[in-house]
Design a protein around this ligand. Structure first.
Ligand SMILES: Nc1ncnc2c1ncn2[C@@H]1O[C@H](COP(=O)(O)OP(=O)(O)OP(=O)(O)O)[C@@H](O)[C@H]1O
Ligand SMILES: O=C(O)[C@H](O)COP(=O)(O)O
Length: 418
């Protein structure tokens, strides 16, 4: 069933979206891309004469917490949709059920953060640090049991289920995967965003024009090891940027001062260098860095070779030589995947590298390359630099996009297809 074939007139749809958007300290949304991206699906349902129960998570709460409340996005959602969206303070309980049951065609109900319940993720919470293996197993069993009730309850609010949460499709959670089995095959479907994202990934995986270059940046090697390893069998060039750089530099014997580094991943970094060589992949590493004497926008700065960073200094962006090397590779590519900034782009004085990478991607795209940008911070970069329209596809997925590119079957997608 595709969303275009379905007529929502008189139906209540449970729509799982990924409204896990960044908020500032005053709870203002700093990037509403994920909300805008879900609008076509929500508007189609309303235009058909259906009503909507929206489910989402926000952040990684370990229980109810004001900081993670979806009430912070309610006003903006109403503005975007042009409809006064109702809110249920608890995604379970009487209020949610009553409000869902009373929904009239054209009305929308936003449920409170699904992750306020451990059942959404299906992982036990609040276990004592010294819990025994038996206690852990019992807690896991208990949450899996109550997860069934939780999922059934969510499903009971609606006649049909629409999954438009591509950003969360790599999580096998109650509302992203398990819930699908409570709807028959004619009443569950992907939303427009999900369809678009899957097409973009397919284009990269099945229609690779070469050279294929991936730019992997961000802060930690540990969060991207698997994808880096898997990408080695797909790409021609793999650019390592951002904070990850220094784990590689240190592993190869360089001096990195106080730059961010994962000391327990040094062997792994060397292993990746060897694997790239074995597979004939051009692993492109930084040669110089913009260094600072403090983790601050106002720190003193200078450029230096990436392996000769003085004590007390840290690399917060790539240097000009590296920028030239990276952008030359990018401009000569025909398929480009960008995940993770080249530096601490949140500080104005360290945005240069990320901007240059973004601009090179736009130039390559103008010359016929297919470019895909994903990951919260890389998307924030292209938006910040006004480059989004020059990129072939800007994904709402971070981890989900990477797992899809790795060729993994995402639980949120499998659940509908099964
Ligand atoms: N040299 C550096 N030192 C410290 N932090 C860095 C450095 N370079 C980049 N970063 C930080 O890395 C963070 C981005 O990393 P991250 O891996 O989260 O990227 P992403 O694009 O959001 O991808 P994803 O959403 O998949 O995690 C930014 O907050 C940035 O400041
Ligand atoms: O931001 C994301 O990548 C998604 O919303 C998933 O969030 P999670 O990594 O906390 O599951």
């Amino acid at each position: 069933m595709t969303i275009d074939q379905f007529n929502f007139a008189g139906k209540k749809a449970f729509v799982r979206v990924d409204f896990n958007v960044p908020l500032d300290e005053n709870f203002n949304i700093t990037d509403d891309n994920r909300m805008r991206a879900a609008l076509p699906t929500l508007k189609k349902i309303l235009a058909d004469g259906g009503s909507i129960i929206i489910g989402s998570h926000l952040g990684r709460p370990k229980g109810p917490a004001d900081k993670f409340s979806l009430k912070h996005i309610l006003k903006h959602l109403s503005e975007l949709l042009g409809v006064e969206v109702q809110f249920a303070n608890d995604c379970m309980g009487e209020e949610a059920a009553v409000k869902a049951a009373a929904l009239q065609p054209g009305e929308v109900l936003l449920l409170e953060n699904l992750r306020f319940y451990a059942e959404e993720e299906g992982k036990p919470r609040g276990l004592a640090e010294d819990a025994t293996d038996e206690e852990k197993a019992a807690a896991k069993k208990a949450v899996k049991e109550s997860q069934k009730e939780f999922t059934k309850k969510l499903a009971s609010y609606a006649d049909c289920y629409v999954n438009d949460a591509f950003g969360t499709a790599h999580r096998a959670h109650a509302s992203t995967a398990l819930i699908a089995k409570y709807f028959d095959k004619d009443n569950k479907m992907f939303g427009y965003l999900m369809e678009k994202e899957v097409k973009a990934v397919d284009k990269v995986l099945n229609d690779i024009k070469r050279p294929f270059t991936a730019i992997m940046g961000g802060s930690k090697v540990s969060s991207k090891i698997e994808i880096i390893e898997n990408l080695l069998s797909k790409v021609d060039n793999l650019i390592i940027a951002g904070g990850m750089t220094y784990t590689f530099t240190k592993a190869m014997g360089g001096k990195i001062g106080i730059s961010i580094c994962e000391d327990d991943k040094l062997d792994l970094a060397l292993d990746l260098v060897a694997k790239a060589k074995e597979k004939g992949v051009n692993l492109v590493l930084a040669v110089d860095a913009k260094i600072a004497d403090a983790f601050s926008n106002d720190a003193n700065t200078k450029f230096c070779p990436v392996d000769q960073i003085p004590d007390g200094w840290e690399g917060l962006d790539i240097g000009p030589e590296t920028e030239k090397i990276f952008t030359d590779v990018i401009k000569n590519s025909k398929t480009i995947l960008w995940n993770g900034p080249t530096g601490v782009f949140e500080f104005e004085n360290f945005t240069h590298g990320s901007r240059a990478v973004g601009e090179a991607i736009v130039e390559a795209t103008k010359n016929g390359a297919f470019s895909l940008v994903g990951g919260g911070d890389s998307v924030a970069c292209v938006n910040k630099f006004g480059l989004a329209s020059g990129v072939s596809y800007v994904s709402t997925g971070g981890g989900a996009l990477l797992e899809a590119i790795e060729g993994k079957v995402l639980p949120g997608i499998a659940a509908i297809n099964e």
